[in-house]
Design a protein around this ligand. Structure first.
Ligand SMILES: CC(C)(COP(=O)(O)OP(=O)(O)OC[C@H]1O[C@@H](n2cnc3c(N)ncnc32)[C@H](O)[C@@H]1OP(=O)(O)O)[C@@H](O)C(=O)NCCC(=O)NCCS
Length: 182
């Protein structure tokens, strides 16, 4: 696989902020990822390019990795609330958003999560497509939630991610996703 996911580190904050600003240019105040990394409840990951696919651990320890996407959630009791997910425009539609979402669900499961929730702009059909593929469905609407343009937010949640039915669906999706790079 030409891309890899790992926990976000302080040295990634510059590139992550660049991706955030490209993806969410109207967000004010801008996200502060240094502060997020210092928050106990927060779990952030990045996807980066792997120059030597199959090279194993060496690529994991390389410095100067090119970050192509990131995502994060806050773990509160058994709820993983996704705060953000973004992929560089130049790298979209290659399965990287999906790779990040799979990694977050796996991590949330390890942390004892059952529920995944998030808000998404009503106009953001790309993100909604990704979430729906992974079983996140609309719970309700928060009217005028986004302060920049008063757009509505759809609140999405899934069924229990630890349930056998969800696990089966997830395995199937992971398998289909992995086939993209074989
Ligand atoms: C949402 C986002 C992270 C998706 O990342 P991506 O790497 O392009 O997505 P993937 O290639 O992994 O696509 C996975 C699925 O998402 C859906 N999807 C992604 N982009 C889509 C688009 N432009 N239109 C419709 N569906 C789309 C599809 O269901 C796709 O599955 P498929 O490949 O079987 O069709 C990316 O568009 C992005 O960074 N957007 C800006 C930031 C943002 O809006 N984040 C969400 C905040 S709530």
């Amino acid at each position: 696989m030409p891309y890899c996911v790992r926990p976000m580190r302080n040295e990634d904050v510059g590139q992550v902020t660049e991706i955030d600003q490209e993806a969410f240019p109207t967000m004010w105040p801008p996200a502060n990822y240094e502060r997020e990394l210092g928050t106990k409840l927060a779990h952030y990951i990045v996807a980066h390019e792997v120059k030597n696919p199959g090279g194993g651990k060496a690529s994991e320890t390389n410095r100067g990795q090119y970050i192509i996407g990131f995502a994060g959630f806050w773990m509160m009791a058994s709820e993983a609330h996704i705060t953000n997910i973004a992929v560089r425009k130049s790298h979209r539609r290659r399965g990287i958003g999906e790779m990040l979402l799979i990694s977050m669900i796996d991590l949330a499961l390890k942390l004892g999560g059952h529920l995944v929730t998030l808000e998404v702009r009503a106009s953001n059909t790309a993100a909604q497509g990704l979430y729906r593929k992974y079983g996140l469905n609309q719970l309700h609407i928060r009217r005028g939630y986004y302060t920049d343009n008063k757009e509505n937010a759809l609140v999405l949640a899934n069924q229990d991610i630890a349930s056998p039915a969800f696990q089966q669906r997830l395995e199937w999706l992971k398998e289909a996703h992995a086939r993209r790079w074989r």
